[in-house]
Design a binder for this molecule. Structure first.
Ligand SMILES: NC(=O)c1ccc[n+]([C@@H]2O[C@H](COP(=O)([O-])OP(=O)(O)OC[C@H]3O[C@@H](n4cnc5c(N)ncnc54)[C@H](OP(=O)(O)O)[C@@H]3O)[C@@H](O)[C@H]2O)c1
Length: 317
């Protein structure tokens, strides 16, 4: 497959978009941001480079999407959760525009695994919040059903939990820096897949630099596997604090999450995601053999260094 040079990014103005664009540019890609006509963002949105071309498109219009995608080699979608369903039309438009690679908005748990687990999560995550993974699964199913034979291809990327982004928000719900305390789920020993935001961005660039090896695949990357106890221990070692630890049971956090979702409280998502990752026996760490890190030349990272960086950002070191 010819190399990929021109990349359009959908959902460029969100939490992940600016960092991904910056990494794509650093990696030598020519990037265009595609933003909804309805959005308030402009070219001068401070998070985006001032010289970045931004196309305004109606995401419900096949013709407008096709026109915006024409001339692009790849489309990377980082649309937020409400935008996930609109990606099917974007896939159709990308194929019609002869785009060669579509990367759907995944960047979290491996939704192929969620699907394989028999829709268990779909039941647990019923109601409004459950739509996120269901919608992502549908888009990847749609991509998998695309007939091979034309130039179009796709890559889905599971990254696990984005560590620094989630630590900055709420200490993963594990570490409370203000109270110098911790809350640990079950034994706290369950390992789960996690990536830094920088690693997520390098993964997107790495996949586009390796189009043959990653064509028509759902792949997984990680910075490391980690457990809740490891995080607590690292914070204690780095700060010299002794954190009082409260243990919570996964059955309780599941009920809390479901109760929140039942009343459309989006914070239930975080509770259930934590259970999905950290409950004893969850089994959602990423084995090296199942990771695409080596294929795209992505080294693993050091959890100690990332936790230290976070503590520094928070003024705790
Ligand atoms: N693993 C993790 O820990 C983690 C953490 C955060 C995010 N994620 C994942 O990363 C992906 C991107 O998340 P994000 O937090 O960056 O998203 P976001 O900030 O919520 O939204 C990104 C952009 O999507 C566009 N958008 C919003 N609503 C839309 C709609 N209804 N239709 C079409 N486009 C819409 C907007 O761009 P315009 O207004 O410019 O059109 C918005 O700026 C998601 O798949 C999310 O699940 C994972």
């Amino acid at each position: 497959m010819a190399s990929i040079q021109r990349v359009a990014v959908l959902g460029a103005t969100g939490n992940l978009g600016p960092a991904i664009i910056s990494q794509l540019q650093t990696s030598g890609f020519t990037v265009t941001a595609i933003s909804r006509t309805s959005t308030q963002h402009t070219n001068s949105t401070p998070v985006l480079p001032v010289d970045l071309p931004v196309l305004r498109v109606d995401f419900t219009s096949f013709d407008e999407l096709k026109e915006a995608f024409t001339g692009q080699d790849a489309v990377v979608s980082v649309v937020g959760v409400p935008g996930v369903p609109c990606q099917k039309l974007a896939v159709d438009a990308a194929r019609a525009a002869r785009v060669r690679r579509f990367v759907p908005s995944e960047f979290g748990v491996n939704t192929r695994v969620v699907k394989e687990e028999g829709g268990k999560i779909g039941v647990v995550w019923g109601g409004k919040i459950g739509v996120e993974w269901g919608g992502k699964i549908e888009v990847v199913d749609y991509l998998e059903a695309v007939k091979e034979g034309d130039e179009f291809s796709w890559t889905g990327i599971a990254t696990g939990l984005i560590l620094d982004w989630n630590l900055d928000r709420n200490g993963l719900g594990i570490i409370n820096l203000k109270d110098k305390s911790a809350t640990v789920l079950d034994s706290g020993n369950e390992k789960f897949q996690a990536s830094t935001l920088a690693q997520v961005c390098r993964a997107v660039a790495g996949i586009l630099k390796h189009p043959d090896e990653t064509a028509n695949k759902y792949v997984s990357v990680a910075s490391f596997n980690m457990s809740e106890n490891e995080l607590v221990t690292l914070v204690e070692e780095l700060t010299g604090w002794t954190l009082p630890v409260t243990h919570i049971k996964s059955a309780d956090i599941r009920k809390t999450g479901e109760d929140k979702i039942a009343v459309a409280d989006a914070r239930g998502f975080a509770d259930l995601l934590r259970m999905y990752n950290g409950a004893d026996g969850a089994g959602h760490k990423l084995e090296e053999a199942d990771s695409v890190n080596r294929v795209i030349g992505l080294p693993y990272e050091d959890l100690w260094a990332e936790v230290a960086n976070w503590l520094r950002r928070k003024g705790a070191l």
